[in-house]
Design a protein around this ligand. Structure first.
Ligand SMILES: [Fe+2]
Length: 143
């Protein structure tokens, strides 16, 4: 359960908060931006839920840390693969009007969210996230 919580809430939902937040800022005022604001609020809730619960559960039982560390390598490798597959390398026509960031900016934001928020956040709970992120390619070599 903690593995799923880390992968979904602490990783994917946190990336969604960063990307949707940026898309929302670039989008013109109007009904689409209002809808994106509601989605953004939902994503913030999903991410916050996971971060709070992961912290509480690890603090209650730190013996789960080694097993979670083993998993982080694969989780980061898959997160990067998944996100890059959905973020184009270039600009998109009518992107801002439709709530779509420039692909290069979105990719840079993805890496900033991982390196500046997710990795330090997981490290702060006693996990070896820095090591796992730096060595994520090892997970793919063994598949
Ligand atoms: Fe979500």
């Amino acid at each position: 359960m903690l593995r799923n919580l880390i992968h979904i809430s602490c990783m994917s939902e946190t990336v969604a908060v960063a990307l949707i937040g940026a898309e929302r800022l670039e989008m013109p005022e109007g009904p689409l931006r209002e809808l994106l604001t509601q989605i953004y609020a939902d994503e913030c809730g999903h991410a916050n839920f996971g971060w709070r619960l992961v912290g509480e559960l690890i603090a209650q039982d730190p013996s789960v840390i080694p097993g979670l560390n083993d998993y982080l390598l694969l989780a980061f490798a898959h997160l990067e693969q998944h996100e890059l597959a959905h973020l184009p390398e270039g600009a998109r026509a009518n992107g801002p009007e439709l709530g779509l960031c420039d692909g290069r900016d979105a990719r840079a934001l993805f890496y900033a969210a991982v390196q500046d928020v997710i990795v330090p956040g997981l490290d702060s709970h006693g996990l070896s996230a820095s090591w796992a992120w730096e060595n994520r390619a090892l997970a793919l070599e063994n598949q």
